[in-house]
Every structure is written in structure tokens, then in C-alpha cells.
Design a protein around this ligand. Structure first.
Ligand code: ADP
Ligand code: MG
Length: 673
């Protein structure tokens, strides 16, 4: 038990104060069977009529019961022989569980049951029963008991709290009062009252957690500033030579962000900057500007992308823009031949290779850098913490920490950024290059596919091109490729006069490159693809994007995909095909994407609907995720904790330490994103 608890940073009885119930059971009343409501939890007092073991897919004990208002079936899945004999006809049972429907009457699946003795009186509790998270592998009742012991000692504990004035001003309960109220609700209190975000008790504990997290981040940021980096001298001549090659000028936003990056680079502490910019806002040039400065100062720079295709595009762009400045760029792909790879590794180790572009392959063990000074990570939400650390190790031989530039097209809502990226400085490219036309987005039922195909024919006749994105199948690469093939064959059949190509993740990388090159050259007019084209592909002549089973995608992902069109001078369209029937929520989500082109707006909606973990990318949040605070629900408190953290660190170090010990402990990874 001790081991289990320690793993969750529970070391003393006092730690249980901050392991809070996430819901409550109401066992203060007995509900007549006739008053049960489908899907809701309730307590019933029933008498057994009969019971038998049923053998199906899973063995179960079926107990038919009744009270004087109606019939109820109780089904137990795990039971011993002894238990079987307890449910004799005439026995009274107090059961708590969720009401479902079972063969024409109400049923409860594996409710908690208590068998009453012949003349035993039913004693109902007068308060709600707290339910603690089961993730510990320790029963809820046990935790409740321990929390109770801790609460009994609370009066004599020296928990630091805010001043009374402050608490009053912000409508917060004192911490001790708040903890007691949440662990042990008052008589007559409802769950909806306790878990109400306006409840001063809940608010007080939420702010406690948010503050701890914020302080942890700020301390980490301060720590990072203690390490050393190469302070660069900015070479303006080289920068203007880069820009002279472009057929356009930088947007004001690009210029501003580049300025911010250059200021960072001139400092002897490592840059730690996150650049957010909507799809098509021109992040690549911003990255190249930073890369150029590293190289001008005799350092190597790496550019890391999440996919082979994207890294290849970066490489081609780099070749185009940096080679003419006599900078040697190399591309380290997972598919580079053994011989070529050996050559490249030598070049990376001896410093001949100045800019190194690739995917995860960049931090494999055998890749040794001569003088790594800058790392650019594109689309960072797909990279794990672990990989970021690995990259740092790659510069150990220089005795310095590399500058780090992280770029993302997934706009991160403010509350999320403040909580998860507070240790990074943030720049926003809040302006798209001029002449971008808004994209018209349409929702279309899958049954109208034929009309759509006709429209494509007409569109291609005018010289424009089309993307057709296939359903997202998260479980399997292979199934996804297969689905794309099916769509491809159907389109080839329906549109014999078009050149149609198919692109998916299981093709060889040179094959993929060829397919994209052909599409870029307008040799193919319709590109059927899986989500591999999500990031980076740039074909201004493509003006229509069709997305199949749009209801299966995340909103941010749809926004990214849609960003592939609307890059040229012609008006662009995005058709979201959906499968009927569409649930109410699914329809609402698609309407958000139809009605907005503002990535931030969309991401905010995504956050509301799907939660932070999804936005940050897969499982990164696990250990670090907030325990009780909710970024969306508690967004005001997030803002408050942001300004308060700084103040507390300066004015009350002891309380700041206490907060960290309480919520973060030695679990530093809680802070690493
Ligand atoms: P993203 O931010 O999505 O990575 P890119 O860097 O790929 O965007 O840029 C998208 C397109 O916009 C590219 O074709 C690029 O050449 C072009 N572009 C970038 N900056 C500007 C600008 N200031 N004016 C016009 N076009 C630009
Ligand atoms: Mg990009």
C-alpha cells in the first residue's frame, strides 16, 4: 500500500488533504423503484424475490427484487459462492448504483449492495459520500477515512493561507474551511453546489493548485536562465541577403517576431521561445532567419519536423534559400541509404554540415554534432519531453545549452499557454501575408458525393487543382492507407479524364516526394491523400479541399488541413463531407469550423469540447495534468494565478515553497511539457 501511495506522491497523512473527491454519492435518501431515472445514480431498498446464476459471455448473478412501487433486476458480475447464498428470497437489500434498463424493467449493473439482517433498521447517512479517484488502486472509503484523520488534525496544522482581506476580496474560503467542506460535505449539501465553480471552497483549492503549477513553471524558467548559451552577434548583411531573394516582403508580424528572436539570441542565456502562427503565416522564414544567425556565428542549427514529408519540404526550401548564401544544408531522413548516411554523419560531426534537417532521426545516438547552437522544432506538440531533453544533450560537448525555438500552428489558447508553456517566452505571428482570400467552407452530407464529383470536373476544367482527404483511422496505418485506396479507385472510375494521384503514409519517401512534385507541377489535378498532407504542403493552384468523414477529425486538425488551400489568387473552398446521422455535438463542432477561420477561436472551442490533453497532443499531459483545476471552467482563476504567482514568489517564499511541496513535490515532470 505504501508503495502505491508513494508513487502518487502521498507520503504523510496530511497529503490526503489534497487528494480530493471528484464526485459524490447521495445515500441520504432511499428512492422508490418507480421514481428511478434512467442513467442516474440512486439508492434503493428492495426485497429479493429470486436469484439465479446466468451463464453468458460473462457469468453473472441475476437477482430479481422489488419494493412496493415496482420491480428491479440487480446483476452482479463478481461474486463468491458465499455471496450467492446471501441473496435468498425475502432478504432485504440496500443497493446503490446507476439505473439502466433491463428487459422491460429497471436494472442496476453491479451496484454496491448491503444485505440487511432480519430486523435491522436502515440507517441513512445524513451527508453526501465523497468518491475518490480510483486510479490509486486504493478504495474510496479508505481514502475518505484517511482524509478524515487528516482533517481532525487540521486545526493544529500550520497551513499558510492568504490574508482575510484577500480571501474576502476574491470570494475565496479559507483553505482549512475549504478542505473540510470538500472532503466532508455539510448536511443537506448537493453535489452541484460543491462542484460549482463559484463555490468559494472549491475556488480556494483550485487556485492553490494553479498557483503551485504557475510558481513551478516560473522557477523552472528562472533555472533555465542560469545555464549558458552562445551569445550571437547578429549579422544584418546576411539577413538582408536572405530577404532579397524573396518575391515579397515580410509582414510586420514576421518582422516583429524575428526581432524578438534576435534579441534572445544575443543573450548569453539560452533562448526558450514558442512561436505561434496560424497555418500559412510564414513561420518557415522566421525559422530560417534564426538558423542563419546561428550559422553566421559558426554554429550548427537543426530543424526538426514531425514527419518525413514536412522535413523534406523544409530541406527543399532551405536548399533554395540558404544554399545561395553558401550554407551547407543536409537532410537526414529515416530512409537515407546506409552509405549516404555515413557520409552525412561525418559531415555533421566535423561541422561541414551547417544546417541539419530531419525528423526524430536527428537525435539518434550516432548523430554527433560538432557545435550545435540552435534547435528549431516545428509543430512541437507532436514531440515528447524526452526528445527535447535528448536534443539538449546533443550540445553537451560545447559546454553550452542550445537556443531553442519551438513553432506551432496549433494556436494555443491563452489559459492553456499560461498553464503549460509558462516556462517559454511566446511570440505570435498574428497576421497572414496579404492577398490571402478567405476560404468558403461547406458542410455536405456524404449522400451528395455525386454532385460534388461533377463540380470537381468543372473546376479542374478551369485549370485548378483539388485535394481529397480520406477518413482518419487512428487505430491503423494500414487501414487508413486501404481506405484511401478505395476512395482513389472510386474517383478514378468517376473521373476518367483526370490525372489522379494517391498519397499515403505507407509509400516510400521518394515515391511520396515524386507524387507531391507532380501535383505541384500540375501534372496531376486531383490528389487523394491521407492526413500526411496535414502540415506544410504548399500548392497555391489548389483551390478545393474535400475532407471525408470530417466528423472524425479534431477541429484544430481540420483547420490545419483547410490551410492547404486559399494560398493563391483564386477563391478557395473546403467541403466537409459528413456521414449521416450526425449527432448534435458533431454538427455544432463542424459549424464552428465552417463559421470561423480564426485558429485561436477554433482552438478555444476545441479546448472546451475535448480538453487540454487532446490539444497538446496525445499523452504528454498524463502525469502533469491538473488534478482539480479545469482550464476552461476556471479560466478566470488561471488569469489570477498568473499575476499572483510572481507576487507570491517575491513576497512570501515560504508559502510558495509550501505550495510546490504540496502539489508538485519532487514530481518535476509535472512541469515538463
Ligand atoms: P507556415 O506558417 O504554415 O509554416 P509557410 O512558412 O509555409 O507557413 O508559408 C506559407 C507560404 O507563404 C509560403 O509559400 C511562403 O513562401 C509564403 N510567405 C511567407 N511569408 C510571406 C510574406 N510575407 N508575404 C507573402 N508570402 C509569404
Ligand atoms: Mg510550416
Amino acid at each position: 500500500m505504501e508503495e502505491k501511495l508513494n508513487k502518487r506522491h502521498l507520503h504523510s497523512v496530511g497529503d490526503f488533504l489534497f487528494l480530493l473527491p471528484h464526485k459524490y454519492q447521495d445515500r441520504t435518501v432511499v428512492t422508490p423503484v418507480s421514481d428511478l431515472v434512467y442513467g442516474e445514480f440512486a439508492q434503493v431498498l428492495v426485497t429479493v424475490q429470486s436469484s439465479k446464476v446466468q451463464y453468458g459471455r460473462q457469468r453473472s448473478l441475476v437477482i430479481e427484487c422489488a419494493d412496493n412501487s415496482g420491480l428491479l433486476t440487480i446483476r452482479l458480475f463478481h461474486f463468491s459462492k458465499a455471496q450467492m447464498n446471501l441473496f435468498k428470497s425475502g432478504t432485504r437489500v440496500l443497493a446503490y448504483g446507476q439505473t439502466v434498463e433491463g428487459q422491460g424493467r429497471w436494472a442496476m449493473m453491479h451496484p454496491e449492495t448491503k444485505i440487511l439482517k432480519a430486523h435491522e433498521k436502515v440507517i441513512l447517512s445524513d451527508k453526501l459520500t465523497p468518491v475518490y479517484p480510483s486510479t490509486l488502486g486504493v478504495g474510496s472509503a479508505k481514502i475518505s477515512k484517511w482524509a478524515g484523520i487528516a482533517l481532525d488534525c487540521l486545526a493544529s496544522e500550520s497551513l499558510q493561507d492568504f490574508s482575510d482581506d484577500f480571501l474576502q476580496q476574491h470570494q475565496l474560503a479559507p483553505l482549512k474551511v475549504a478542505l473540510k467542506a470538500i472532503h466532508q460535505p455539510e448536511v443537506g449539501q448537493r453535489e452541484s453546489e460543491i462542484l460549482n465553480p463559484e463555490n468559494p471552497c472549491l475556488k480556494r483549492v483550485v487556485i492553490d493548485e494553479l498557483l503551485a503549477k504557475q510558481i513551478g513553471m516560473l522557477r523552472k524558467k528562472a533555472q533555465a536562465k542560469l545555464t549558458h548559451a552562445f551569445a550571437l552577434r547578429i549579422d544584418d548583411t546576411l539577413q538582408s541577403r536572405l530577404l532579397k531573394q524573396l518575391p515579397f516582403t515580410l509582414t510586420t508580424a514576421q518582422q516583429r517576431v524575428i526581432g524578438e528572436i534576435f534579441t534572445d539570441l544575443t543573450r548569453p542565456q539560452p533562448m526558450h521561445r514558442l512561436v505561434q502562427g496560424d497555418v500559412g503565416s510564414g513561420k518557415t522564414l522566421v525559422a530560417f532567419s534564426a538558423v542563419l544567425q546561428a550559422v553566421a556565428n559558426g554554429l550548427q542549427a537543426v530543424i526538426m519536423a514531425p514527419t518525413e514529408i514536412l522535413s523534406e519540404q523544409h530541406y527543399h526550401q532551405a536548399e533554395k534559400l540558404l544554399k545561395s548564401l553558401d550554407i551547407h544544408c543536409v537532410w537526414l531522413s529515416g530512409k537515407t541509404t546506409v552509405k549516404k548516411r555515413r557520409e552525412l554523419l561525418v559531415q555533421i560531426a566535423d561541422g561541414t554540415a551547417q544546417v541539419i534537417i530531419g525528423t526524430h532521426a536527428l537525435f539518434q545516438e550516432e548523430v554527433i554534432y560538432q557545435r550545435l547552437g540552435l534547435a528549431v522544432i516545428d509543430e512541437q506538440h507532436r514531440f515528447g519531453v524526452h526528445q527535447r531533453l535528448l536534443l539538449k544533450e546533443k550540445a553537451e560537448n560545447t559546454g553550452k545549452t542550445p537556443h531553442l525555438l519551438v513553432m506551432t500552428a496549433t494556436p494555443i489558447p491563452r489559459t492553456l499557454a499560461m498553464s503549460y508553456y509558462a516556462d517559454l517566452d511566446t511570440s505570435v505571428i498574428d497576421e497572414l501575408p496579404p492577398n490571402r482570400k478567405p476560404i468558403e467552407t461547406v458542410l455536405l452530407a456524404d449522400s451528395r458525393r455525386d454532385e460534388l464529383i461533377k463540380r470537381i470536373k468543372a473546376l479542374v476544367a478551369t485549370g485548378q487543382q483539388v485535394y481529397w482527404v480520406c477518413p482518419l483511422i487512428e487505430e491503423s496505418d494500414m487501414l487508413q492507407a486501404q481506405a484511401a485506396e478505395d476512395v482513389y479507385h472510386h474517383l478514378v472510375e468517376s473521373l476518367p479524364e483526370l490525372n489522379i494521384a494517391l498519397l499515403h503514409g505507407r509509400q516510400k519517401s521518394d515515391e511520396k516526394a515524386q507524387i507531391i512534385a507532380d501535383f505541384q507541377a500540375n501534372k496531376t489535378q486531383l490528389l487523394v491523400s491521407t492526413t500526411v498532407i496535414e502540415v506544410g504542403v504548399d500548392v497555391p493552384n489548389a483551390t478545393l479541399m474535400v475532407i471525408e468523414n470530417a466528423e472524425r477529425f479534431g477541429l484544430a486538425q481540420l483547420h490545419q488541413l483547410r490551410g492547404r488551400v486559399g494560398r493563391g489568387s483564386e477563391k478557395s473552398y473546403c467541403v466537409l463531407l459528413f456521414q449521416q446521422p450526425l449527432s448534435q455535438t458533431a454538427r455544432q463542432r463542424l459549424q464552428v469550423i465552417r463559421d470561423s477561420q480564426d485558429g485561436f477561436e477554433i482552438a478555444k472551442e476545441d479546448l472546451r469540447i475535448r480538453g487540454a490533453g487532446e490539444i497538446l497532443g496525445t499523452k504528454q499531459t498524463g502525469e502533469m495534468s491538473l488534478r482539480i483545476a479545469d482550464l476552461e471552467r476556471d479560466s478566470e482563476l488561471v488569469e489570477m494565478s498568473f499575476s499572483l504567482a510572481q507576487q507570491l514568489m517575491e513576497e512570501n517564499t515560504a508559502m510558495a515553497d509550501e505550495l510546490i511541496a504540496r502539489w508538485v513535490g519532487n514530481a518535476q515532470d509535472y512541469l515538463d511539457v
